[in-house]
Design a protein around this ligand. Structure first.
Ligand code: FO1
Length: 308
């Protein structure tokens, strides 16, 4: 078994943790979204990479879903005093990661090298690969104009109406060269926002084509339950994009690149609709409140992969 898990931030990282409890570091590789990355206060911030590292290391802030647990905010409070930008909160422990990543990258290290080193220092053995070492940035076109992802998501709190999304740089970015797609026996798309966290990856040459043509099982797990996202703007964004915010719409969105789709058990009434798209489908408990939930879903998703 060698699984490749595509993941973004909070929602995807929950399943990532479940998978990491079941599969060893030689059986499971993560491909992580970097479309949320941005340069802030002179540092390279990589939220989905850090969320994944912190979650797998067991040191993430579980209530916020991002940043560190047992965090302190001396940097932020002094930055406030100085009149600096404090809309994007950087805790003191988290800050060290951004400073060190930026320092190493300025010394010539790639984002991949830095991510693997940081993960290792936090005791994370599973390989975490940024989708690309080239810059790809999610840009949100809204009624208020073009917004970088973090300005939309954090500063504007997802309030502006979304008209369209762009993944700047994806057309020229190279898929992570450390990723040898032929190594894998299955691919899992974790329950992250399809448009903000997974599409940036699928926009990078080679990945979409590989997934669309491979004979290995490719399974996506729904980020929506009863038409609502558990966290984040997925449902609101879908409505603004003129899409019906339900799991079938997500299955349709993925149908060219997946062979199976996992609905939540509360949406088992949608199984036939998903199957009519030509996909294998199953309904599981996708709401993960505890570590056991994460492990149980991971195991059932892997079994589903084996069955298709
Ligand atoms: N999300 C917020 O809503 N507010 C913040 O102040 C914030 C700070 C932050 C710092 C580091 C980091 O890795 C993530 C952070 N996030 C924050 C989450 C960030 O916006 C992510 O992109 C989301 O988790 C979506 O993936």
């Amino acid at each position: 078994m060698k699984a490749l898990a595509l993941t973004g931030g909070v929602g995807g990282a929950k399943l990532a943790l479940g998978l990491a409890q079941i599969l060893s570091q030689t059986e499971l590789t993560f491909l992580a979204n970097t479309g949320d990355d941005f340069d802030h206060l002179g540092m390279h911030i990589a939220p989905d990479l850090d969320t994944l590292v912190y979650t797998l290391a067991g040191i993430s802030n579980r209530s916020a879903g991002w940043g560190r647990e047992d965090e302190t905010w001396s940097f932020e409070s002094t930055l406030e005093q100085l009149g600096g930008e404090t809309w994007f909160k950087l805790g003191d422990r988290d800050l060290a990661v951004h400073v060190h990543r930026t320092y190493l990258m300025r010394q010539g290290a790639s984002l991949t090298e830095v991510t693997l080193l940081i993960a290792q220092k936090f005791g994370v053995a599973h390989p975490i690969l940024p989708m690309s070492d080239d810059p790809v940035r999610t840009v949100v076109n809204t009624r208020e104009g073009l917004l970088s992802f973090q300005r939309y998501f954090v500063e504007k709190q997802c309030k502006p109406t979304v008209l369209s999304l762009r993944y700047q740089g994806a057309d020229t970015a190279e898929l992570n060269p450390e990723l040898s797609l032929d190594d894998f026996s299955c691919v899992i798309i974790c329950p992250s926002n399809p448009y903000l966290s997974i599409d940036p990856m699928l926009a990078i040459g080679g990945l979409r084509d590989f997934l669309a043509s491979t004979s290995i099982p490719v399974v996506a797990v729904t980020p929506l339950v009863k038409g609502a996202a558990l966290k984040g703007p997925t449902a609101k964004m879908m409505r603004e994009l003129g899409l019906e915010s339900n799991a079938v719409t997500v299955a349709e969105h993925y149908k060219e690149v997946v062979s199976g789709f996992v609905l939540d058990q509360q949406d088992e009434g949608l199984l036939e609709s998903v199957r009519s798209l030509g996909l294998e489908a199953t309904a599981l408990q996708t709401v993960m409140s505890t570590l056991d939930d994460r492990i149980a879903l991971a195991r059932q998703v892997l079994d589903f992969c084996d069955s298709i």
